[in-house]
Design a binder for this molecule. Structure first.
Ligand code: SF4
Length: 180
């Protein structure tokens, strides 16, 4: 049997969970020995293989129709889906937007910010994703493994990846719930 294929992507988040993944330093060489790293935001391949991958990892919440498409494609193409970080697990920081209407949020971001001049307007290109209520990943697709933390500790991410790469479902509990 070859190495398990692993893909990752980010949705509505800050990239901090992927930065924490890189924080595992030289242990990333161990992960590369155990797993075949496919599409990620930091590799050239940008979509999980059409023939499928063993593990899919998603950082970030679902905040628009594009996030939904990315999550659904990853779910369709992976055997085990991991929600990485608080945003993916329960909505996290992006979910604070749910206290406001989408119109209010867009006006604040594109029109009312102190640094925006009078030409500011809400983008309306039809090709843009449509904002939605912010949701956790599991509200859109079934999730198999939850890794909370903002971001999760690099030690925990290493543990999760090493377990999955060896065909085991990681148990994220106890001191593995500690994060900085
Ligand atoms: S969980 Fe924290 S570190 Fe990860 S994407 Fe969300 S805000 Fe960033």
């Amino acid at each position: 049997m070859g190495k398990p294929k692993v893909s990752s992507d980010w949705l509505a988040g800050c990239a901090g969970c992927h930065m924490s993944l890189l924080d595992m330093d030289e242990r990333i060489a161990t992960v590369l020995e155990l797993a075949d790293l496919r599409s990620t935001p930091i590799t050239d391949l940008k979509e999980p293989d059409a023939t499928g991958v063993d593990v899919g990892i998603l950082e970030g919440a679902i905040s628009n129709t594009y996030n939904e498409e990315v999550a659904q494609k990853m779910r369709q193409r992976c055997k085990i889906l991991v929600a990485l970080g608080d945003c993916a697990v329960f909505g996290g920081v992006p979910a604070m937007r749910n206290f406001f209407t989408i119109e209010e949020s867009l006006r604040r971001a594109y029109v009312e910010t102190e640094s925006t001049d009078e030409s500011g307007k809400i983008p309306d290109d039809p090709e843009l994703a449509v904002p939605t209520k912010v949701r956790a990943l599991q509200d859109v697709v079934p999730v198999d493994v939850f890794v909370p933390g903002c971001p999760p500790d690099a030690d925990t991410i290493f543990y999760v990846l090493a377990e999955l790469a060896q065909g085991r479902i990681p148990e994220v509990k106890g001191d593995k719930l500690h994060w900085h």
